[in-house]
Write a protein that binds this ligand. Structure first.
Ligand code: ADP
Length: 253
């Protein structure tokens, strides 16, 4: 059976094609049209696999842009897809922390991968990838460079929760000569604290698995481990768990 899962996110759109012997992945910026990016992702996956759309048995779409993408596909919530994807990659997972471009969520799952409860922050950019993107921009860096540039030994606490105020705070800290590496460690700590509070509200059980685009940032993982006083695992396919879950659910598994 060949299935496709699409996760049309607010910032990045991800696709996974599952065939009996291979998996294919692609991520593209969502841009202005969820429908266009969905089509691009699908055609790229078909090209990678060397097949036609008629060869795909089932396709399922999730993510923020799922309603706008009206391919011949079913849609499923991100929570169900992330839970399914993480359970497949890491059956021991009981708590999923997903930090994406515009929201962060914590999902509790049981030993069968069933969702028990979830909590979500989608009202405010603090504790999301957007917060880190704005701050990276202020520091004249790419978001992918933040982790390698942090210096936790001289962490500078960032007091402003609001993204706009935090940006002004950083400009002030830089002007006063605070170390850039310490400021970056402070930004990671700020995201870690915010998301750990959300997780504690739900109750944190090990194993904790960290997913979403921000899970690629080892500094945020470090901060979460400090805040939760637990190991936090990041699967290699961390940004693709929603799309993978969608492809697995499309297969009825
Ligand atoms: P969404 O599904 O909401 O669009 P994703 O889970 O795909 O979001 O995550 C997108 C976020 O991931 C971006 O806002 C950015 O902050 C972060 N990100 C993307 N690539 C990297 C990277 N290489 N290192 C660290 N963070 C990254």
């Amino acid at each position: 059976m060949i299935t496709v899962g699409l996760d049309i996110g607010s910032v990045a759109s991800k696709g996974v094609l599952l065939s009996p012997d291979k998996k294919f992945f692609i991520v593209l910026p969502t841009g202005w049209s969820p429908r266009d990016v969905g089509k691009q992702i699908l055609s790229n996956l078909l090209m990678q696999a060397g097949i036609e759309q008629e060869d795909v048995d089932a396709m399922l779409v999730t993510g923020y842009g799922r309603v706008s993408f009206n391919g011949a596909a079913r849609t499923v919530t991100e929570i169900s897809c992330h839970a399914r994807g993480v359970a497949a990659l890491c059956p021991e997972a009981r708590t999923i922390i997903d930090i994406g471009g515009q929201d962060s969520k914590v999902i509790s799952i049981n030993e069968n991968g069933k969702v028990l409860d979830f909590a979500m922050n989608d009202k405010c950019a603090a504790g999301t990838g957007r917060f880190l993107q704005v701050m990276a921009n202020t520091l004249g860096m790419d978001v992918g460079e933040l982790a390698a540039s942090e210096d936790p030994s001289v962490t500078v606490a960032i007091n402003s929760m609001c993204t706009v105020f935090a940006e002004s705070e950083i400009i002030g800290l830089l002007a006063r000569g605070s170390p850039k590496g310490g400021i970056i460690a402070g930004l990671h700590q700020s995201v870690g604290k915010r998301v750990a509070t959300l997780a504690r509200r739900l109750g944190v059980k090990e194993k904790i698995v960290f997913t979403g685009g921000v899970a690629q940032n080892a500094g945020v993982r470090r901060a979460l481990e400090e805040e939760l006083q637990s190991r936090v695992f990041v699967p290699a396919e961390c940004q693709f768990t929603g799309a993978l879950g969608a492809a697995l659910l499309a297969a009825g598994s």
